[in-house]
Design a protein around this ligand. Sequence first.
Ligand SMILES: Nc1ncnc2c1ncn2[C@@H]1O[C@H](COP(=O)(O)OP(=O)(O)O)[C@@H](O)[C@H]1O
Ligand SMILES: O=C(CO)[C@@H](O)[C@H](O)COP(=O)(O)O
Length: 500
Amino acid sequence: MTVLAGIDAGTQSIKVLVYDADRREVLDSASAPLDLISGEDGSREQHPSDWVHAMEACFDRFDPGLRARIAALSVSGQQHGFVPLDAAGRVLAPAKLWNDTSTTAECSRIMDALGGATKTIASAGNPILAGYTASKLPWTKAHRPDAYAKLATILLPHDYLNFVLTGELWMEHGDASGTGWLDVRTRTWSPDLLRATDADRDLGDCLPPLVAHDTLFDIAPASAARLGLPTTAKVAVGGGDNMMAAIGTGCVGEGRLSMSLGTSGTLFAHASRPIVSDDGDWAAFCSSTGGWLPLICTMNCTVVTEQVARLFGFSTREGDAHIHATPPGAQGLTMLPFLGGERTPDLPLGKGVLAGLDPHNMSPAHLYRAAMEGATYALRYGFDAFVAAGMRFERIVLTGGGANSAAWRQMVADVFDLPVDVPRQAEGAAFGAALQALWALERSQGSDATIESLVGAHVTTDARQACTPDPARAEAYRAPYRRYLQHLEAVMPLFRPGSP
Ligand SMILES: Nc1ncnc2c1ncn2[C@@H]1O[C@H](COP(=O)(O)OP(=O)(O)O)[C@@H](O)[C@H]1O
Ligand SMILES: O=C(CO)[C@@H](O)[C@H](O)COP(=O)(O)O
């Protein structure tokens, strides 16, 4: 029996699932919440030690007999977080996260040093947007000089958990591409980007080696003992949560499109070559399976529905009733959901906007609908850029916490006018991590299984949750979506740097 563990270090919680690959069954799963340290300057941070404690708390909940059967594991993590370590491997400061917009000025400075956004994209494939790791380095230099002085290694959140598990330092190409320092066309660090980020030192010395996606490491004996795992357990390279969700939702072949409704909203497609947007309309990331993963990320997804629900004292689970009680378009109410600044469109200093309030739509239900529609339209805006570039998709595979909502699943089908599938394993990123561990383990044992064949055998969809677009509702969403775009166009200048 081959038993794997998949660990997903998301923004709001750590989730772990244990998967029996022979019976194709999740044997157990656990999650532990994480706190976010938020500042009014847009900073969003977490203590890496909290990730470790949450991961341990999850394993503690599993039966010791089950833990003892885990042959391999893999870690998925929220992308872009900056984990600074000293030469002894100690964390020097809280990790600045993917949704931290306090480094907006540093993003501009890095791109200015390269001659602007277009030249930055020409250098390495991506602009340096708020949230990407690169801008957190000059911010640390300016605001945490002690940490900068002692900085020896930079890791991403999932790399840090890998370091805790194995005592080894590495990065893999998927999550590394979210630093902004990786030239995604050559899959090597870009000397231009590293120099533009910090002209005073060779940042390449702080970056661990990049390893191939099917590498396996030994678990450190102390970690095995702490988690109750066998000392023979292997640790696969892992990846960013979107890269792992790509595996867990079957997005490993051309033409596949997956969407995650989590703290962030993401939309990503598989590509067998780098797909760079000259205008930076999407993130040209690498996948964690040897390919590429053009991706759209919105910073405000379930975080918005959750805040509106909390404001009116109901749970997101109860929110579906409010969606059913209101018509598409929320009777003219539009929400631009940029509560924490936004990446798509690039408005890190953006704020939420409610437009079109009138006596008929000023109700908790309309506001909840406007929040869900706003979060969905924001992803549709990114999708339109994919389509304008010639990408074509026939279906969407949905994952993330928001996919638990039947109303949201149907809204996605109607707004995108595409059928929606939902995998049986709802935790796409954690499941993808377990599958990556299985793949690397099988390859280490001589198998020539491809990720496509493995995913084909293990990722199945739940017919009860599938949705097809309803023509009338798809039509009913067209004008409200146009209205969303008009409001967006109108307010964008207000949120540009330098505006009052
Ligand atoms: N039934 C539901 N309806 C709407 N949102 C939901 C529902 N169930 C969970 N969520 C939302 O899913 C989010 C958690 O999703 P998840 O993908 O685990 O996030 P992350 O990986 O960013 O931590 C929470 O914000 C929660 O509000
Ligand atoms: O920044 C991005 C992708 O570029 C986010 O998708 C993060 O990876 C956080 O993911 P969740 O916690 O929302 O799953």
